[in-house]
Design a protein around this ligand. Structure first.
Ligand code: GLU
Length: 279
C-alpha cells in the first residue's frame, strides 16, 4: 500500500508551489489506490502561527485534497525526537555544541581554517570547534559527528535510496563529511531539527513515497544516513520541479501575491490553479 504525505510548515500562507506539491503527492497516492497523510511541521514555535495552520486545511480542502485523520503535528512529537536523539547519543555519535552563529562565523573566517566557508546542502559546514572540546558554556545545539557516523556504519558506499527519476542513488561518504559536516540534530530552542524530525515522522507515518520539491533533494542523503543509524525504513523519493515567479525565482512564503487563498478570493477555481502550475 502506497502512502504519500504533504508536510507543510505553518509559517506563512501556502502558495502555488505548495499547491503543486500537495496535488502531485495526493494524486500519486490516489492513482495507486494508496493513502495520503498530512503532517504539520510546526517545531519552530516562534515562527509558526495557528492561523497559518487553519489556512493550510482550508486551502487543501478547496483544492479537493483529503487526508487520513489524524493529522500529525510535530509539536506533539517531542518524546519521539528525544528517543531518537538518545539512540544516537548512546552510539556515541553526538556532541554538545556551544557555538553561537557568531562563533561559527568567526571560526570560519580565521586564517588557520583556510579558504572560504563551505556551503553544503545544510548551509555553511560547521568547522567542528566543539567536536573535541569539553563543554564550557551552555549548549546551543546537539550535533552529529558525521565522520564517526559514517565509520559506525562501516562506510556508506553501499547505502542507497531510490530517486524516482534517477533510479538507485548511492551515498557518498566524502560528500556527507565535507559538504554536510556535523549537522544539527537538535537546537536548544526547538529541541529537535528538521532532519531528525522528518526522518522519525516519515517512519512513524509509514510513508512509502516522499514527494517534495527539488530544493529538498540535497537533504536526502542526510535523511538516508539517519534512517540507517536509527534502523528506520527508507521511502522512495520523488523531487519535483519547482514553481517559479515571473523572474524565475523559487516561490517562498513571502510570495503572498501567489498565495492560494488570494487566487480563491479573486474568484479563481481549483482548475485554474492546476492550469497555472501545469497539471
Ligand atoms: N516542512 C518542509 C517545508 O515546508 C517540507 C519538508 C519535507 O517535505 O520533507 O518546506
Amino acid at each position: 500500500m502506497i502512502r504519500e504525505r504533504f508536510a507543510p510548515s505553518p509559517t506563512g500562507l501556502l502558495h502555488l508551489g505548495h499547491g503543486f506539491s500537495a496535488l502531485t503527492a495526493f494524486e500519486a497516492a490516489r492513482c495507486a489506490g494508496g493513502e495520503f497523510l498530512l503532517r504539520i511541521e510546526d517545531i519552530d514555535r516562534g515562527r509558526c502561527r495557528v492561523e497559518y495552520e487553519q489556512a493550510i486545511y482550508k486551502d487543501l480542502k478547496w483544492l479537493g485534497i483529503s487526508w487520513n485523520e489524524p493529522v500529525m503535528r510535530q509539536s506533539d512529537r517531542m518524546p519521539a525526537y528525544n528517543a531518537a536523539l538518545a539512540q544516537l547519543a548512546k552510539l556515541n555519535l553526538t556532541y554538545a555544541c556551544c557555538c553561537t552563529r557568531k562563533d561559527i562565523a568567526a571560526a570560519l573566517s580565521a586564517p588557520q581554517e583556510g579558504g572560504d566557508p563551505v556551503a553544503g546542502p545544510d548551509g555553511t559546514v560547521y568547522p567542528g570547534t566543539c567536536r573535541q572540546r569539553n563543554r564550557m558554556a551552555a549548549t546551543n545545539a546537539i550535533r552529529l559527528n558525521m565522520r564517526k557516523a559514517v565509520d559506525h556504519l562501516g562506510g556508506v558506499e553501499n547505502l542507497s535510496y531510490f530517486e524516482q527519476d534517477q533510479g538507485k542513488t548511492y551515498l557518498d561518504p566524502e560528500m556527507l563529511i565535507q559538504s554536510c559536516g556535523d549537522i544539527v540534530l537538535a537546537r536548544k530552542d526547538i529541541g529537535t531539527s528538521y532532519h531528525l524530525a522528518v526522518v522519525v515522522d516519515d517512519a512513524a507515518q509509514e510513508i512509502t513515497h516522499v514527494t517534495r520539491g527539488m530544493d529538498m533533494a540535497p537533504a536526502t542523503p542526510i535523511h538516508r544516513l539517519l534512517q540507517a543509524l536509527l534502523g528506520l525504513p527508507t521511502p522512495i523519493y520523488r523531487h519535483h520541479r519547482l514553481i517559479r515567479d515571473d523572474a524565475g525565482k523559487r516561490l517562498a512564503k513571502r510570495h503572498d501575491a501567489m498565495a492560494l487563498g488570494k487566487y480563491r478570493d479573486e474568484g479563481k477555481t481549483p482548475q485554474d490553479i492546476r492550469n497555472m502550475v501545469g497539471l
